[in-house]
Design a protein around this ligand. Structure first.
Ligand code: MN
Length: 201
């Protein structure tokens, strides 16, 4: 069975950038529903329901045809949200450091350039989806996924990701996605992003 992981901080920890009510709805209701759906879809499928969600998505070909898209949607969102909670922190104003900072310089021409490019993708993404920083061909690359798709399904492991579904920001920022994206940098857990970078480097 898949389970909803607890947030690694209080619902209020990311205020004012991300408000308590948004965090409660986003974690308990949205993420909670993806987990419930995934368990319902795979109930009676003992081999698949006992995998880690990343293994499930890595082996999406093993999911029966009639369930595959539902698993991509709900399993992807379970993975994406579990990841998303981890790469944010109430320890505000962190910056990339060490080898990660060096690599962002090398691959994007500086951290500010990287942020600009990431923001452009996040603001420009039409409709629901996610913006990611992934390792591809030995480089850090920005990629977008639509709806609940996850880089994991494509064999790519993200180190940073941003949810740009309206449910992630609409209560506080209304239609102003750009304000949410710009505020979000302040709650990025660069220490955790750096740990993930160091693991696969
Ligand atoms: Mn979301």
């Amino acid at each position: 069975m898949f389970t909803l992981p607890d947030l690694p901080y209080d619902y209020k920890a990311l205020e004012p950038e991300i408000d308590e009510e948004t965090m409660k709805l986003h974690h308990d209701k949205h993420h909670g529903t993806y987990v419930k759906n995934l368990n319902d879809i795979l109930s009676g499928n003992g081999d698949l329901i006992n995998l880690e969600v990343s293994q499930l998505l890595n082996n999406i070909d093993k999911v029966p045809d009639n369930l595959r898209q539902k698993v991509i949607n709900n399993g992807g969102q379970h993975y994406n949200h579990s990841f998303f909670w981890q790469i944010m922190s109430g320890k505000k104003g962190q910056k990339p450091s060490g080898e990660l900072a060096v690599t962002l310089d090398k691959d994007f021409g500086g951290i500010e350039k990287f942020k600009e490019e990431f923001e452009k993708a996040a603001i420009g993404r039409f409709g629901s989806g996610w913006i990611w920083l992934v390792k591809k061909d030995n480089k850090l690359k920005i990629m977008e996924t639509v709806n609940g798709d996850s880089p994991i399904t494509m064999g790519l492991e993200p180190i940073l990701g941003l949810d740009v579904w309206e449910h992630a920001y609409y209560l506080k920022y209304r239609n102003l996605r750009a304000s949410y994206v710009k505020a979000w940098w302040n709650v990025v857990n660069w220490e955790e992003v750096g740990n993930r970078f160091n693991k696969w480097r």
